[in-house]
Design a binder for this molecule. Structure first.
Ligand code: HMG
Ligand code: MG
Length: 298
């Protein structure tokens, strides 16, 4: 298959990134980051998470973040909602797209959302139904699509089963999460091939963490296989609170640089994005996790 002409970047830094940073940022700083990302041309931005603040304190105040964002017709701000309680809070905050998040690994499901895979799917079904009834789109995440920090290698069939159930409940897209960043391109092929036998490639997104430095190679393989939606995080922020050692998502700056080199459209201004990445890294008092960001700043 040839490379896509256009790629949709889903910016997850303000959620997946910040949820694992040791510093808890103010609502104003989170909003400033999100506005800078929208100014840079990102059109889908995961802006927060309606989860238990006891589990993920960094995402407390997500309703205030949504309330403070300048409405922009061209930008979709999304949020994670693990249950009806989270969905109700998201709807009250005016969120227009939500995501449920399951796993292909039983052990990870327990650590992350405190229930089995089957229980999680049963819990997501009414969440998806209520969201769709409210005119809100639902994305489905699957964590540990290649490997699990507790369980080791994951079979593609386990991923396919969860993906189909998420689609059946009305998710418009499945984001395939390599939560611990262990995949290599051959594993990406082994994962995508069986999924593509039954699921339209347009409904698949890839979500690579870069723990072992393989994310860009994996994204390139996914692009070759026709996938045209890529999740990434400005400045490579974050990790996963329930996957020890997992580093941040692939940096959005790296994805944009790759797409520029390949002549694939994405709509993001790399310099403006790199400035947003430098600013949030300084704010968090951490080194910029994007090589492209560091090169442009140098
Ligand atoms: P639980 O303890 O089993 O739930 O948590 P519960 O229903 O028994 O409720 C316990 C308490 O949590 C109660 O409060 C509820 O009110 C409260 P208390 O009475 O003790 O004061 N609660 C909530 N509060 C706010 N918002 C809610 C909510 N629900 C219950 N929505 C639960 C179950 C799912 C809530 C919990 O495990 C949780 O919040 N987990 C957070 C998981 C999370 O955010 N993980 C990170 C995101 S996933 C990820 O990063 C992977 C991804 O990036 C893809 C990849 O890379 O693989 C997406
Ligand atoms: Mg993630």
């Amino acid at each position: 298959m040839s490379l896509p002409k256009q790629v949709k970047i889903v910016e997850v830094g303000p959620r997946d990134g910040l949820q694992n940073e040791p510093s808890e940022l103010t609502v104003a700083t989170r909003v400033a980051l999100i506005e800078a990302l929208a100014d840079a041309g990102l059109r889908t931005i995961e802006a927060g998470s309606f989860v238990s603040p006891k589990w993920v304190p960094q995402m407390a105040g997500s309703a205030e973040v949504f309330a403070a964002l300048k409405p922009r017709a061209e930008v979709t701000y999304t949020a994670l909602t693990p249950n009806l309680q989270g969905l109700e809070a998201a709807l009250a905050a005016g969120v227009k797209e939500v995501a449920v998040f399951g796993a292909a690994s039983e052990a990870f499901s327990q650590k992350n959302i405190n229930c089995t895979i089957a229980e999680s799917l049963a819990r997501f079904e009414p969440v998806a139904r209520a969201a769709l009834d409210a005119g809100v789109a639902v994305r489905g995440y699957i964590s540990c699509v290649v490997g699990c920090p507790y369980q080791g290698a994951i079979e593609p069939a386990a991923v396919a089963s969860v993906a189909q159930q998420l689609l059946d409940m009305g998710c418009y897209e499945i984001s395939l999460g390599d939560t611990v960043g262990v995949a290599t391109p051959n594993r990406v092929t082994a994962l995508l091939e069986p999924l593509q036998a039954t699921i339209s490639t347009r409904q698949l997104a890839v979500h690579f963490h870069d723990t072992y430095g393989q994310a860009l190679a994996n994204i390139y393989r996914a692009l070759e296989m026709g996938v045209a939606t890529v999740d990434s995080s400005v400045a490579g922020l974050g990790g996963c609170p329930y996957a020890a050692g997992a580093s941040g998502n692939v940096a959005t700056e790296e994805v944009v640089y790759l797409l520029n080199g390949l002549g694939i459209e994405h709509g993001v201004d790399l310099n403006a994005l790199a400035r947003a990445g430098a600013a949030i890294s300084a704010q968090l008092n951490r080194p910029n996790g994007s090589k492209v960001g560091r090169a442009l700043a140098g």
